[in-house]
Write a protein that binds this ligand. Structure first.
Ligand code: PCA
Length: 215
């Protein structure tokens, strides 16, 4: 049975919730059938995220790590294509650390591509009637940092480990104080993640269809 580790993040930036943390808990409580799911909630901390990720990987020995995190303002579940070797943060992490133009891994490659089928996941999430898009940038904060670290672990230590990352919108309770900003309910997020995990379980391959951006 396919072993999948889904990670979320703790709240950060003054928020009291993170949809990715609630989604990880929701998936643990009601996992999709037919796969062995483990979840972990990572600290929004440059010092703490990697040890927590490594511990979760060592506990479960997953075939796939599917990271999730909040990207406030995005109107859809964003299926990330690429992790880049850059930390460049507008805000400090939860320990007060702020990195500017630093490599995630000194001497590491400029970038890694996700090794899950990003277009198949996007199509599967949409088929569950949840908006989804392929995203060409996971940003340069902790989500990209962990996504890159996990890709680097796969490339250097765990051949065969596949890695993907999904960014989630604000929850409605977070968007209420941000007029005009998009949000997604937790049940919709969970429906989207279920669809993505089911596609991974079923080994769905990427369709040949354009999901790129013109600029
Ligand atoms: N979102 C941040 C870090 C943690 C999270 O949930 C990001 O997009 O980098």
């Amino acid at each position: 049975m396919l072993r999948v580790l889904v990670t979320g993040f703790e709240p950060f930036g003054g928020e009291s919730v993170n949809p990715s943390e609630l989604a990880a808990h929701g998936l643990a409580a009601a996992p999709p059938p037919g796969l062995r799911l483990a979840t972990a909630v990572l600290p929004v901390s440059y010092a703490g995220a990697l040890p927590a990720l490594r511990a979760a990987i060592a506990r479960q020995e997953p075939d796939v790590v599917l990271g999730t995190g909040l990207a406030g303002g995005r109107p859809h579940i964003a299926v990330e294509r690429i992790a880049i070797n850059v930390d460049d943060a507008r805000i400090p992490d939860n320990d007060g650390a702020r990195l500017i133009d630093a490599p995630v891994v000194a001497g590491g490659p400029a970038a890694y591509f996700a090794t899950v089928p990003i277009k198949a996941l996007t199509v599967a999430i949409r088929a569950a009637l949840v908006p989804a898009e392929v995203s060409q940038s996971a940003g340069t904060f902790l989500c990209n940092h962990v996504f890159y670290q996990c890709c680097h672990i796969a490339a250097t230590e765990r051949p065969g480990l596949r890695v993907g990352f999904l960014h989630l919108p604000w929850l409605p309770e977070q968007a209420i104080t941000r007029p005009g900003e998009a949000s997604m309910t937790l049940p919709a997020v969970l429906a989207g993640l279920h669809a993505a995990l089911t596609a991974l379980r079923d080994g769905v391959a990427d369709p040949l269809r354009a999901e790129g951006a013109a600029s």
